[in-house]
Design a protein around this ligand. Structure first.
Ligand SMILES: Nc1nc2c(c(=O)[nH]1)N[C@H]1C(S)=C(S)[C@@H](COP(=O)(O)OP(=O)(O)OC[C@H]3O[C@@H](n4cnc5c(=O)[nH]c(N)nc54)[C@H](O)[C@@H]3O)O[C@H]1N2
Ligand SMILES: Nc1nc2c(c(=O)[nH]1)N[C@H]1C(S)=C(S)[C@@H](COP(=O)(O)OP(=O)(O)OC[C@H]3O[C@@H](n4cnc5c(=O)[nH]c(N)nc54)[C@H](O)[C@@H]3O)O[C@H]1N2
Ligand SMILES: [Mo]
Length: 764
């Protein structure tokens, strides 16, 4: 590359992790003004008696109490336990219109919310309100609706099992299944795709399985940034000589080489460990082709082996006993030519074959994947092809093998388990009836896109958000934000101020809650909550910090009070009793979901317990009672991508953000410092478009519909090591180029990682 790079773009040659990570934590602690207390807090993260790190859903090593250093966990924790406050002065001094001009970073960086707020349209200010008044207002607005289905109840995946369970109880007693959820924008392709394949919408591996894996495949996730504790696992596997094969359009530094802050030798000698044994830079959206290519190669090797008198490379006993329809998948991949596979994946046939060889030569294989797989118009198909590939060699339901969707929010999986779903099944309805004596509606409710569409259409009038930042996380802010401003009621239960709160409705309330790190005291004393990680382990989390303000309430308490005000004594639910002692909530969870049997005892055992994942034991909860090989037709995800001038944009997280929370403007491992307004482009594409490194560009989404502009202007083109035809830039800024119609038809997941766009010199 050239010597003269655009401002803030540098070559970053260090390995991921190491001293760079330690330095970054020191800086964060200082910025949040919590050096001493903050350090102490970090030492309690993920400890048996401590709190669950709100950073990600990667599991904790069992039975250990050693401190696991994690740069981005540390950022998440200090961001929450900050000494800064968004107190009364902030809202006295700034109207909502003024706050709107602040950046997302500034809004949250103002600090923790300290009191309930009610929007006054006359003064354009959020003003303090008493809790009881707030609950009354919400009840009046909700009870005014002529149909409970005109209200939307969003959940972000940081909510504990206890909060989420009470929330779904309240909402179902109120009478709707409108449960838009951050999961709808995240791993929904997993939750929809895997039950059809293997009978459960969760991963089948445990953390211990990684110790027995003979090969690990990574598709579309960036653990160095988003699941740093996973790097310990990959680092150990690499040191054992386990091949780690990566499919990712970008060369993510941590997947190339990593210096473990846990490893004194690497820290002192400034050395590092290579992670990926092979790194396949496929095109964005090329995964379906790559996966079908690998399966094609497996079938071809199998045929060759059998022709030579061998037993073949498929696990025939597994396929015969446990699965259906392998022939349909074989027919599909045989009908797909290598030319098509190479063209769409952007990988050479030999590269795909070599990956298939690694797969075949390993006895036990784990495939991990993240948003690079799920956030595509064919996300569900992608997930199912991963399951197919694993099943060809019996790599599901035995030690050291399986499928590992790497979840996002720390309790996004648990929220689903305890009932946050817009499509309740019979077991859930039966369970609710058993526990509470009423049978909730079984009617399908809204997912995230459907809820936003209903709000835009003016059909839904009320939105309650248990955490998150729905308006910013969702595609197409132009229409989404306009819709949200038309609501009659908007309620946000939150720790910090964000842009969604500023999209005020006729009645708008912001209700400040305790975070994971805060001590939660109820009538019976200090409380613990529970969470479920990516590997179905349920364990307790106890905060210990003095809350930022005495006025804060816990999420369960806020929900119970809204429920009490809204429902009165409907169905005789003892809301006060439930929040007085969270053991009582857990007793109810156990009645609704028998898998949680003996919940209060088992969660008090160190390390918690694992929920039953039937597929891990080769029990298939599918209609046929078998695991299903499933065909995903074709290779292309979006017909608009066929436009020869279009690039396929993927939207990614920087190293300095947590979803819509922007901690800072650096993306160290990718060599971006002090800015986020960049688009990574391949040199050939720059040339073809008559552009060069550092040029100002506009990006326009191809949406196939007339409404909206779908443009961002004045971004900077950065020449980058990314396949031709692919482009990348940061979420959430680039949601502006997406339409609400960009989503996976099977799961409703927005295709945030496969957006057809046109790039041109800026005229803005
Ligand atoms: N520090 C931090 N931790 C987090 C989060 C955070 O924002 N910050 N977010 C949390 C949440 S909610 C989630 S869901 C997870 C997200 O964790 P990830 O799944 O790692 O999420 P992303 O950063 O969106 O990027 C995914 C990776 O996919 C690659 N990719 C992009 N397009 C494609 C494609 O078409 N194919 C393939 N194979 N790869 C592709 C990108 O280059 C990137 O390396 O992390 C969780 N943890
Ligand atoms: N273009 C594009 N868009 C995406 C994605 C992408 O990769 N690309 N990723 C998608 C994904 S995977 C996800 S999960 C969504 C994320 O969508 P959300 O989960 O809705 O968003 P977050 O940014 O995680 O929410 C941050 C807010 O949560 C609140 N908060 C933090 N801690 C707590 C707490 O303990 N309790 C409560 N009540 N509130 C709290 C704070 O007010 C903070 O401002 O975004 C999606 N959007
Ligand atoms: Mo997510």
């Amino acid at each position: 590359m050239k010597d003269q790079r655009p401002e803030g773009i540098e070559q970053y040659d260090q390995p991921a992790g190491g001293w760079g990570a330690l330095k970054a934590v020191a800086k964060t602690l200082a910025h949040q003004q919590v050096v001493a207390q903050g350090t102490l807090t970090l030492l309690k993260a993920n400890q048996p008696e401590g709190f669950d790190c709100p950073g990600c859903a990667w599991p904790d090593p069992k039975h250990t109490s050693s401190f696991e250093f994690c740069e981005n966990g540390a950022k998440a924790i200090t961001w929450e336990s900050t000494a800064k406050r968004s107190g009364p002065e902030l809202f006295e001094n700034n109207t909502v219109s003024e706050l709107w001009k602040w950046s997302d970073h500034q809004l949250e960086d103002a600090g923790r919310l300290t009191m309930p707020l009610h929007y006054n349209g006359q003064t354009d200010r959020y003003e303090p309100i008493e809790w009881d008044e707030a609950f009354k207002l919400i009840a009046i607005e909700l009870n005014k609706l002529d149909d409970p289905n005109k209200a939307e109840f969003y959940t972000s995946g940081r909510a504990s099992n206890e909060a989420a369970f009470l929330y779904q109880l309240f909402v179902r007693a109120f009478g709707t299944n409108n449960f838009p959820d951050c999961s709808n924008m995240c791993h929904e392709a997993t939750s929809v795709g895997l039950p059809m394949s293997i009978g459960v919408g969760k991963g089948t591996v445990t953390l211990e399985d990684f110790d027995y894996a003979d090969a690990i495949f990574s598709f579309g996730h960036n653990p160095g940034t988003n699941h740093p504790r996973m790097m310990t696992t990959l680092h150990n596997a690499s040191r054992r000589g386990v091949p780690i094969v990566v499919f990712n359009p970008l060369k993510e530094r941590a997947l190339e080489r990593f210096a473990a802050p846990q490893d004194p030798v690497e820290m002192v000698t400034l050395s590092s460990t290579p992670i990926a044994s092979a790194y396949h830079q496929l095109r964005t959206g090329g995964d379906l082709a790559a996966l079908k290519g690998m399966m094609k190669a497996v079938f071809e090797r199998d045929a060759t082996d059998i022709a030579a008198g061998g037993p073949g490379v498929l696990d025939r006993p597994f396929i015969d006993e446990h699965t259906l329809s392998v022939e349909a998948v074989r027919a599909d991949v045989e009908a797909t030519s290598w030319d098509q596979i190479v063209a769409v994946s952007g990988l050479a046939r030999s590269a795909i074959e070599s990956a298939a060889d690694v797969y075949i030569n390993a006895k036990n294989v784990i495939i991990c994947y993240g948003m690079g797989i799920t956030q595509h118009a064919n996300g569900t198909g992608n997930v199912q092809q991963i399951a197919n590939l694993l099943m060809l060699r019996g790599n599901i339901g035995r030690q050291g093998a399986g499928i590992a969707p790497i979840r996002g929010h720390s309790n996004v999986q648990g929220d689903r388990t305890v009932g946050i779903t817009e499509i309740p099944n019979k077991a859930l309805l039966d369970g609710m009836e058993r526990a509470f004596g009423f049978r909730p509606s079984g009617e399908k409710g809204h997912n995230a896109i459907e809820s936003v569409e209903a709000i835009i259409a003016g059909e839904s009038k009320a939105l309650i958000c248990l955490g998150g930042n729905l308006a910013v996380a969702m595609s197409d802010p132009e229409v989404t934000w306009k819709g949200m401003r038309k609501l009659d009621l908007a309620v946000h239960i939150a720790t910090k101020l964000n842009r969604s709160h500023l999209l005020t409705a006729k009645t708008s309330l912001v209700l400040p809650c305790l975070g994971r790190t805060d001590l939660d005291t109820q009538a019976s004393g200090p409380q613990a909550v529970t969470v479920e990680d990516s590997m179905s382990m349920v364990h307790a989390s106890r905060g210990f910090l003095t809350p930022p303000s005495a006025a804060l309430k816990s999420e369960p308490a806020i929900i119970a009070n809204i429920a009490k005000a809204t429902l009165g004594d409907r169905y005789g639910i003892d809301w006060d009793g439930l929040i007085a002692d969270y053991d009582r909530i857990r007793e109810k969870i156990e009645v609704v979901f028998p898998d949680f049997h003996d919940f209060n005892r088992r969660v008090r055992v160190r390390g918690g317990f694992r929920l039953d994942v039937a597929a891990s034991f080769r029990r298939w909860n599918t209609e046929s009672g078998k695991a299903n090989f499933l065909v995903a037709a074709g290779l292309d995800e979006d017909p608009l991508i066929k436009n020869p001038d279009a690039l396929v944009l993927t939207t990614i997280r920087s190293h300095d953000q947590y979803n819509t929370t922007v901690y800072g403007l650096d993306d160290r491992y990718r060599g971006v410092f002090g800015r986020r307004d960049v688009i990574f482009l391949n040199k050939d594409d720059l040339n073809r478009l008559g552009l060069k490194d550092g040029d100002r560009i506009d990006v326009r989404g191809l949406v196939g519909a007339k409404e909206g502009t779908h443009v961002v202007q004045g971004f900077t083109a950065v020449e980058y090591n990314i396949p031709k035809g692919s482009a990348a830039g940061y979420y959430p800024e680039l949601n502006a180029v997406m339409s609400l119609r960009h989503f996976d038809r099977l799961s409703g997941t927005p295709s945030y990682k496969g957006v057809p766009v046109m790039v041109a010199a800026s005229n803005g």
